[in-house]
Design a binder for this molecule. Structure first.
Ligand code: NAD
Length: 256
């Protein structure tokens, strides 16, 4: 029960297939009490039963692309629940029509929107995290290997993830003096709502299964447990890191 007595916020659970669900399950199994935000009423309804089971708090609406919504959500949590110990940012978006084919066809509008939702929102979450976590704490965001090497069809999302990973290092430096740690998990591919927007996603899954040293795809539980570790006191000396949880796939260069 390494999270006993700790409270935290989960941003980005759409349904039971979300990576955020695996993270929530692991955190709850280790004793954490959870609070959730949702992008829209549609997602709020979808996850309210889970939120009830995992913490008993009402789901708070927060569309991270809209000015002021992150700060308002954090103010509401502080007022209704009080200070917390960790925040999970499991949010990304791109128009799925631009996650297929050549990267250079990315439109300016989708480039900016993908960067705004998938990268800038985490900066804003970190900026306002100090008042929610006055005694220090941990933040984790989710990234993907497409930020490091070309993965077909990942396109603009790869750029957003590269920027997100760089921001993790800068934010870790900004927040270290407030005893807040900032890390990221580079997760292997998992079939979720967001992932189904990436062209030929089943080929990415198959490629990882065949090439990874562990000879399987990563699971929600693998990612959830790694995230719980990063948010726990067991990881008290780790900040600014990108931890790969992908069955070792990223370590393979050439394989015959
Ligand atoms: P998901 O569809 O279950 O979750 C994505 C979430 O982002 C949804 O809950 C959605 O509501 C939220 N979101 C999108 N726009 C938003 C906005 N404007 N305001 C608030 N929330 C918004 O998919 P997932 O795969 O669980 O994605 C979670 C994170 O994991 C993402 O950052 C994704 O890039 C990352 N990731 C996924 C994989 C994978 O293969 N599934 C691999 C590595 C990293």
């Amino acid at each position: 029960m390494i999270m006993q007595g700790k409270k935290g916020l989960i941003m980005g659970m759409a349904n039971k297939f979300s990576i955020a669900y695996g993270i929530s399950e692991s955190l709850k199994n280790q004793g954490a009490e959870l609070i959730f935000t949702a992008q829209t009423d549609y997602f709020k309804n979808k996850i309210s039963d889970i939120a009830n089971e995992f913490g008993g708090h009402e789901v708070i609406l927060c569309d991270v692309s809209k000015d002021g919504e992150i700060e308002n959500a954090f103010d509401q949590i502080l007022k209704d629940i009080g200070p917390i110990d960790f925040i999970v940012h499991s949010i990304a978006f791109s128009d799925k029509n631009e996650l297929l084919g050549k990267y250079y066809n990315t439109s300016r509008a989708n480039f900016l929107n993908a960067m705004n939702i998938s990268c800038y929102s985490f900066t804003e979450v970190c900026k306002h995290s100090q008042k929610l976590m006055p005694n220090g704490g941990g933040l984790v965001t989710l990234t993907y290997y497409g930020s490091e090497k070309v993965v077909p069809n990942y396109n603009v999302m790869a750029l957003a993830k590269s920027a997100l990973e760089t921001s993790v290092r800068y934010l870790a430096d900004d927040l270290g003096e407030f005893w807040i740690r900032v890390n990221s998990i580079s997760a292997g591919p998992i079939k979720t709502l967001a992932a189904s927007g990436v062209g030929e996603f089943s080929k990415i899954l198959e490629y990882e299964r065949n090439r990874s040293p562990l000879k399987r795809n990563v699971t929600q539980k693998d990612i959830g447990d790694a995230c719980t570790f990063l948010l726990s006191d067991l990881a008290s000396g780790i900040t600014g890191e990108i931890i790969h949880v992908d069955c070792g796939c990223n370590t393979i260069g050439v394989k015959f």
